[in-house]
Ligand binder design. Structure first.
Ligand SMILES: Cc1cc2nc3c(=O)[nH]c(=O)nc-3n(C[C@H](O)[C@H](O)[C@H](O)COP(=O)(O)O)c2cc1C
Length: 235
């Protein structure tokens, strides 16, 4: 049976300038497997409204752009999901998208259990928070995160038009007042060879795990144990 990976870039920025999109693409390209890459940019996806309409049949009843993605989410063998860091957490768009995976969590709804994933995060300073947040979402559906990739992308302050004079913008906070923005100082994930290598390695690892006897039942048991542990120690 053909193995297929679903990639999701949760950045609302254009694909060409989005660090999240670039890193998710790099992970996918290195898996050696078939994949689809979908950007959430321009999509209207609201958060879970806790109506519990999905409890009997694991199908969300909210009508928005998530509806047409449900089939792909269910059909995929693995996920590569990335989000930008907004206020030290994943951005609202990706959060809403993943909240709606609540529809898969009821009864024996094992549609996602035991699948594999890579979590990606990009921040103007640091992308670790969104990558860690995404890993938690995966865990709630007993999906194993085989790797996390996170790095620094370009804060909007470099392109908003006020970056050289704005006193609270990232350029003046990093380089001092009256900073002159040069192309070299603008972070870009593709300028960071260590980060790009980490993304490629994550893709290779995901591809390897999927191609070499991926045992969904064993992964499910492992993730259930991890989740019980997490629930005992925090929440
Ligand atoms: C509303 C908003 C809040 C942000 N908050 C943070 C933050 O707390 N920490 C950080 O490192 N970057 C923050 N950023 C910067 C983005 O994470 C950064 O621009 C990143 O490159 C976006 O990813 P993208 O290129 O895939 O869109 C914020 C950006 C926006 C628009």
């Amino acid at each position: 049976m053909r193995i297929r990976i679903l990639g999701i870039s949760g950045s609302p920025r254009k694909e060409k300038v989005s660090g999240t999109y670039k890193l998710v693409s790099t992970v996918l390209e290195n898996t050696g497997l078939d994949y689809d890459l979908i950007s959430l940019r321009g999509k209207t996806i609201g958060g879970c409204i806790a109506c519990l309409g999905c409890a009997p049949d694991n199908v969300c009843k909210v009508k928005d752009d998530l509806e047409s993605l449900r089939e792909e989410i269910v059909a995929a063998d693995a996920y590569v999901i990335g989000a930008p860091n907004y206020y030290s957490t994943l951005n609202a768009g990706t959060h809403a998208f993943l909240e709606r995976w609540f529809q898969f969590r009821h009864q024996a709804g094992n549609l996602l259990w035991g699948k594999l994933a890579v979590a990606v995060g990009v921040g103007g300073m640091d992308g670790r928070f969104p990558a860690e947040n995404i890993e938690k979402f995966f865990m709630y559906n007993f999906i194993e995160t085989v790797a996390k990739v996170s790095g620094q992308g370009a804060a909007s302050c470099y392109s908003c038009g006020y970056g050289e004079t704005c006193k609270v913008g990232v350029p003046s906070m990093l380089y001092g007042e009256n900073v002159k923005i040069t192309p070299e100082m603008i972070p870009d994930v593709s300028k960071d060879p260590i980060l790009m290598q980490a993304a490629a390695d994550a893709g290779k690892l995901l591809g390897y795990r999927l191609k070499n006897d991926h045992d969904r039942k064993a992964v499910t048991r492992k993730m259930q144990r991890q989740m019980m542990q997490m629930m005992k120690t925090s929440a």
